[in-house]
Ligand binder design. Structure first.
Ligand SMILES: NC(=O)c1ccc[n+]([C@@H]2O[C@H](COP(=O)([O-])OP(=O)(O)OC[C@H]3O[C@@H](n4cnc5c(N)ncnc54)[C@H](O)[C@@H]3O)[C@@H](O)[C@H]2O)c1
Length: 248
């Protein structure tokens, strides 16, 4: 694949980078010349992914634990010198109807998929504000716009990520930090492998493209948002590589 070195010399922390969309974004960033640290709850997979894509390091993070987040951000800074680009891609997805959903299932999803985005951003942001530059890319989901059967907790979290992204974008764009979201459609990753087959068959039928995407079809959208000049005018946007599932 040709590279135009769009991220030459940039440094990026990718949270949830051990596999799926996060790893693909990491690979695309490395390909474009960035120094990348992959952080994930699954630290051995993060280390293996880092070796696989030529990233600087793969480290542990639990986005639900503030001490772990602070330690991971410090470790990433030690590896990279600074964090110029943050990608929040950690996420979990379980399924239950609202009538059957326990508070624990609801809370776990909100903790990882929504509060985790806040927590990591909260610890990386001061450096970006002090420097007067930075890019933050939050991986939401088109289901946050559309809703999804037996996914009320996940959809609520992802709609929350979009609202968080827009509000933070308003706060920090004047300070030089650009914050945006990507809302992919169904993408073939370990997360989707865990969803039941009946849901996947019905979902494919809804899509104008008739197929799920691949992680490396999402990664170029993140490169765009991270790049200069390509991403310079995106503020609080929610870009949708989604096979036509949602047409805003
Ligand atoms: N695959 C899809 O169809 C799809 C569609 C829209 C949005 N998304 C979103 O994309 C992001 C990446 O998902 P994916 O599809 O690549 O799945 P994935 O399961 O491959 O990646 C998610 C990663 O998050 C990590 N993670 C889970 N809990 C964590 C925690 N507490 N702390 C740190 N890391 C944690 C996992 O270990 C995993 O590596 C998620 O936010 C997901 O909601 C996925």
């Amino acid at each position: 694949m040709a590279t135009s070195g769009q991220l030459q010399g940039k440094s990026a922390l990718i949270v949830g980078g051990a596999g799926g969309i996060g790893k693909a974004i990491g690979a695309a960033f490395v390909h474009e010349g960035a120094h990348v640290v992959l952080a994930d709850f699954n630290s051995s997979a993060a280390a293996a992914a880092a070796a696989d894509i030529g990233a600087t390091a793969g480290i542990h993070i639990d986005v639900t634990d503030e001490d772990s987040v602070q330690a991971a951000v410090n470790a990433a800074r030690a590896e990279l010198g600074s964090i110029q680009i943050l990608v929040n891609s950690a996420g979990i997805a379980t399924q239950a109807s609202v009538a059957d959903m326990s508070l624990q299932m609801w809370s776990e999803t909100i903790a990882v998929d929504l509060s985790g985005v806040f927590l990591v951003t909260h610890h990386v942001l001061p450096e970006m504000i002090d420097r007067g530059s930075g890019r933050i890319i939050n991986i939401a989901s088109q289901l946050g716009t559309k809703g999804g059967h037996s996914l009320a907790h996940y959809c609520a979290a992802k709609a929350g990520v979009v609202g968080f992204t827009k509000s933070l974008a308003l706060e920090v764009a004047p300070l030089g930090v650009l914050v945006n979201a990507i809302s992919p459609g169904p993408i073939n990753t370990p997360m989707v492998e865990g969803i039941d087959e009946e849901w996947k068959i019905a979902k494919r039928k809804e899509l104008p493209l008739g197929r799920f995407g691949e992680p490396d079809e999402v990664a170029p959208t993140a490169v765009l948002l991270a790049s200069d000049p390509g991403g310079n005018l995106y503020v609080g946007a929610n870009l949708g590589p989604n096979s036509g599932d949602v047409m805003p």
